[in-house]
Design a protein around this ligand. Structure first.
Ligand SMILES: [Zn+2]
Ligand SMILES: [Zn+2]
Length: 221
């Protein structure tokens, strides 16, 4: 069995790509991580008779997420089985992912532990711009969460995991339904006891509105 032709070139190109991408993100990684299987080559899926399976543990930074209340997040464990889809150039990515995070309570800002384990199924279709075929019939539906369009010959697992994490994160989390939040005056966490501030005075304009509402109610009776 001869050596795979051009394999070292492919690996070198991939390493260069990963390094370039990571330095663009401000992170420089050691050479050991550069060869991590963070990409699934679509060609590999096309050529395989069985689904291509990959398991990876991906480093996700809170800053990479579109949620500003994430204090910390664990590595995302992702397991993917990628297979050919029904349509031309279509690929089906199915799998599971899991992560834990600490999310700031929406009222008192204390970190609240959050754990998620979910399944996903995403169909990748060629982006209409790929191959130059400008098909006006193809419309990219923004609401269709389970369909994505690729323009590169590979799918990045970090992007896939990042998207799934975004979907799994709650819009808002509270440490407890009874959370008292922060004092609007001094910012003290009221769950740890009263801060001694005077209660907020009721605005007289709101009081006038309240009186009016009471009056209308009486008149309705
Ligand atoms: Zn709270
Ligand atoms: Zn206070």
């Amino acid at each position: 069995m001869g050596a795979l032709p051009g394999l070292s070139e492919i690996l070198a190109a991939r390493a260069a790509l990963l390094l370039r991408r990571d330095s663009a993100l401000g992170r420089v990684r050691g050479t050991t991580e550069v060869i991590m299987p963070n990409f699934i080559e679509l060609k590999k899926i096309e050529q395989a008779d069985e689904p291509v399976t990959v398991e990876a543990s991906l480093e996700i930074a809170p800053a990479d997420l579109d949620h500003d209340d994430i204090e910390s997040i664990s590595d995302a464990k992702i397991a993917v089985a990628a297979s050919k889809g029904a349509g031309p150039g279509e690929f089906l990515f199915q799998g599971t992912f899991a992560f834990t995070a600490a999310i700031a309570c929406a009222r008192c800002l204390d970190p609240v532990p959050f754990a998620n384990r979910s399944e996903f199924a995403v169909t990748f279709r060629p982006h209409p711009s790929v191959g130059g075929a400008d098909d006006p019939e193809i419309e990219i539906g923004e609401g269709d969460l389970d369909v994505e369009y690729y323009s590169e010959p590979h799918v990045a697992l970090e992007q896939l995991a990042g998207e799934q994490i975004e979907l799994a994160l709650p819009m808002r989390i509270v440490c407890a339904e009874s959370c008292l939040g922060l004092c609007p005056r001094c910012g003290a966490n009221l769950n740890r006891g009263a801060c001694g501030c005077e209660p907020e005075p009721v605005d007289e304009r709101w009081q006038a509105l309240s009186d009016l509402r009471d009056k209308i109610k009486k008149e309705e009776k």
